[in-house]
Design a protein around this ligand. Structure first.
Ligand code: DQA
Length: 148
């Protein structure tokens, strides 16, 4: 069974109350529960981790090989646009990863157009609200299957 690690970055613990016009009304536990169900349908196991701390996110990615993770879904949130450390962590473990965003970052402020992490991911899914996570899981599992 494939093991997928879902990583959520800063302020995503506030989903549901945080700028609902941009990020929707679903809470992070609701999104994770939905993704867990979908993971079962796709025959994989999902571990989830959220932190507001860049170092904790780097540590989690760094530990993913030893933890037997096959692929990563990551919403680095604001660190998308700032973090060389997260980019280097993804490059270091070199696991297939999909970057996900609830909002369409390309239609927002200029500072959100740059992603430090995307280049170390297989691809990026953005703009579909909570459904972005389902699309990311489907894309990641399809990618992992293609490697067999
Ligand atoms: C986000 C987009 C980021 O620009 C922002 O900093 C977030 C959430 C998204 O999912 O749309 O915190 O990653």
């Amino acid at each position: 069974m494939k093991k997928i690690l879902l990583i959520n970055g800063p302020n995503l613990q506030l989903l549901g109350v945080r700028e609902p016009g941009i990020y929707g009304v679903k809470t992070l536990p609701e999104i994770v529960a939905d993704l867990r169900e979908y993971a079962v349908e796709l025959g994989c196991e999902l571990e989830d981790f959220q932190s507001n701390s860049e170092g904790a996110l780097v540590d989690k990615i760094g530990g993913s090989l030893a933890a037997g993770v096959d692929g990563i879904i990551i919403n680095p949130a604001a660190y998308t646009h700032t973090s060389v450390a997260l980019r280097d962590a993804l490059a270091a473990v070199a696991l297939p990863a999909v970057e996900v965003h609830l909002s369409n970052v390309q239609e927002r402020e200029d500072f959100r157009h740059k992603s430090y992490t995307a280049a170390k991911c297989v691809g990026v899914i953005a703009g579909f609200g909570a459904f972005s996570y389902r699309l990311a899981l489907q894309a990641l599992v399809n990618h992992l299957d293609s490697l067999k």
